[in-house]
Ligand binder design. Structure first.
Ligand code: RNT
Ligand code: ZN
Length: 421
């Protein structure tokens, strides 16, 4: 897109929003402070680098497709992340999973991982002046194969996973310390049952016991923030997921932890956007996994859809941008993976831009005055305002491709790099 055209259209857009009392320059300065945590696992379909050719296995999450160009080493993964980040405006962090350590060709089991396996990533983040988030990996492992990890009745299995998560939190705290920005550690476990269990209480009691052991180790909040992620069901855990939303709400509220809302983890008619205002009344901070659920899959690439927009609007409307950690969570092996990063992250940023461009105060007044038709009419009107012009200008200001210009960049990267792997 031509610079002059972007600037000209932005000026007109700015005037249109000004008519509604919105200062677009101010909005863009708020937008530029919103950090998105990019999930590292879109580069290689959640395979990780514990061993060569590792693949996502078990745990009820699946990546389908075999689009060429998947990252096969940490070096390739870093190339892809740099490329993706160069196409995304604004602030970014990287969200790592424990299977992405640098194990130097040696097999290090999960209960043996150490800081040294992640020092390279910390240095990588330092060089880029960014932060890291972290996740224990309680799936794709033989000791996760029978469907239970932290809630396993097999004490050997349960303590193995407790040790893994403890080590991950210790590594996360060190990441936060070295980088000067707290690392958010997220815990998701695949535990659940395909068919009707009869000892739900006993099983959940074991998860509680494991969490008590894990979180008995305390770290300063300036280094590490802990969150736990629920799910409604997964493949193989249709009848019961041990770490349900109720379970984790109870646990986190009584233990001063964060809760993760993955919007692919609820019933399709439930709205994560609606949950935000409730949770913010009880939590200082929460974590989001932004994604796109499609039928049984909870991990399609994010697009600018109603669900994502409502989540962004509810955060902005609650003036809670500083209390919500925004992470992404999707993995699709059927399209250009680097393109998927750029597209999905940009879509989430666009949702926040759309939310920030809302004449919120006047909408609240209409609501209070019972002007429900007018409220709906203004919400509709905002959909046809020149929001794209503001987005393009934001990209221009941040030296990243505006409009669809990033598509050609992805095509070039595919030809020059991905297809040569
Ligand atoms: C799985 C959870 C979890 C994972 C990542 C890879 O259903 O959403 O967040 O997607 O940890
Ligand atoms: Zn998730």
């Amino acid at each position: 897109m031509k610079k002059e055209l972007i600037e000209k259209t932005y000026k007109l857009a700015k005037d249109q929003y000004a008519e509604l009392g919105i200062d677009t320059d101010q909005v863009l300065s708020v937008l530029s402070e919103i950090t998105i945590s990019l999930h590292c696992w879109q580069t290689d379909d959640v395979g990780g680098f514990e061993k060569e050719g590792a693949e996502l296995g078990g745990g009820g999450i699946q990546a389908t497709g075999n689009y060429p160009g998947k990252a096969k080493s940490i070096g390739q993964m870093r190339d892809d992340l740099d490329k993706a980040m160069s196409l995304i405006p604004g602030k970014k962090r990287l969200n790592l999973h424990a299977i992405y350590g640098e194990f130097g060709g040696e097999f290090i089991d999960r209960d043996k991982i150490e800081l040294k396996h992640f020092q390279g990533w910390i240095d990588w983040a330092k060089e880029r002046d960014t932060g890291l988030d972290f996740n224990c990996t309680c799936f794709s492992h033989p000791l996760a194969d029978d469907g239970f990890t932290l809630s396993s009745k097999n004490e050997k299995i349960r303590t193995f996973w407790v040790e893994h998560v403890k080590r991950c939190r210790a590594i996360g705290a060190e990441m936060g310390k070295q980088l000067g920005t707290p690392t958010v550690h997220n815990l998701w476990i695949p535990d659940g049952s395909k068919d009707i269990p009869v000892d739900r209480y006993g099983i959940r009691k074991l998860l509680k016991k494991s969490l008590d052991e894990i979180f008995s180790v305390k770290y300063p909040k300036k280094y590490l923030r802990d969150s736990v992620e629920s799910k409604l069901f997964g493949i193989g855990s249709e009848a019961m997921v041990v770490g349900s939303h109720d379970f984790y709400m109870g646990y986190t509220l009584t233990n001063d932890l964060m809760i993760t809302l993955d919007n692919g983890h609820f019933h399709p008619t439930e709205s994560v956007g609606d949950k935000i205002s409730s949770l913010l009344l009880f939590y200082d901070e929460i974590l989001l996994h932004m994604t796109r659920g499609v039928r049984w899959d909870s991990d399609h690439v994010t697009t600018l859809n109603d669900e994502i927009i409502l989540i962004a609007q509810e955060i902005v409307r609650a003036k809670a941008l500083g209390r919500v950690n925004i992470g992404l969570d999707y993995f699709d092996a059927s399209l250009n993976r680097v393109g998927a990063y750029a597209l999905g992250t940009r879509a989430v940023q666009q949702a926040f831009l759309f939310a920030l461009l809302e004449p919120h105060a006047s909408l609240v007044t209409m609501e209070e005055e019972g002007k429900t038709f007018q409220r709906l009419a203004i919400l509709e009107l905002m959909k046809s305002k020149p929001f794209g012009a503001v987005w393009d200008y934001y990209c221009l200001k941040n030296n990243v491709p505006a409009g669809g210009d990033y598509i050609a960049e992805i095509e070039k990267y595919e030809k020059d790099v991905l297809l040569k792997r």
